[in-house]
Design a protein around this ligand. Sequence first.
Ligand code: GLO
Ligand code: MG
Length: 344
Amino acid sequence: MNKYGYRFSFGPWNIHEGADPFGPAVRPALSFETKLPIYKELGFDAVQFHDDDAVPDLDGLAAAQIAARARAVRQMLDDHGLIAEFVAPRLWEHPKTIDGGYTSNNASERAYAIERSKKAADIARELGCDLMVLWLAREGSYMREAKDAGRAARQLLDAINTLLNYDKSIRIAIEPKPNEPMDLAYIPTMGHALALGFQAADPKRVGVLMESAHSILAGLDPSDEIGFAMAFGKLWSVHLNDQNGLKFDQDRSFGAVDLRRAFNQVRVLDANRFWEIGIVGLDVKAIRTQPAELATKHLRNSLQMFTRLVELVRSLDEGRIAGLIATRDYEELDWLILSHLMGR
Ligand code: GLO
Ligand code: MG
């Protein structure tokens, strides 16, 4: 926890080997055990998990084996003074998810996606957390004529209802993203995710996770996406990072591209007391050029950036801002914010 009461998290995938679609890994893979001490060293409090980050090869395991392995991970977390923030079913690597998970055109593949997600819920319970994140990676289309968007929406709702019914204490946070790996995803924005959640059988248990890069890729402003979700009490987690324009998902360090955009995200989170609601997740990756022994600085930078921006947010002259809004002097407001970000 930092001095402002915020807690921070990242996932094991955020210490990464640097492979991209055009080149192989450039840094050695570190085991989960090797990554764990790094959390506290860098000032983090919690671990985000894919189901198979916690229990590798879970597809071949029986329920009792999965539970036992998850309990062992829980012990490792305890030993390091860490907690689990969420578990996300990884529904995008298995051959049965090539054409999508919950919205696959193939019934047995849809059934696989549901069974796999139930296992993720079981793992979450063993890890002592009640949050499941659904990043709907392959729920979308490359070929519009091969799918049906309306049917997909109903299938997504059915999947969510099945999971809510399977585990009566699980909460689900949907993480929207407009594209990549799909050409177009079915849940591209906060609005889509919230609409789905409000239709669920138990809407109180469905919220959202906002990732900065995903909002930017949708042509939206992350702070407005945060504000929209928080207006309804639905923002339960974040993946703060940055993104340079409309291209592949870059997962750049928070604030590395657009400082003012990062400042506004922190401002909205802070105004809505996010530290009382959730953990600040940083879904960032070191750029490929970073040498292996220096490949955690993106995490350090992102956490420090968040804390420094909280300080800037809280030292703003809010009275002066109110006066400028009252006189509609938004150009002066522009200068006030820019001067504040530049240190005077
Ligand atoms: C990719 C997503 C991904 C998810 C993670 C948790 O674009 O941001 O990193 O956040 O798999 O579901
Ligand atoms: Mg993410």
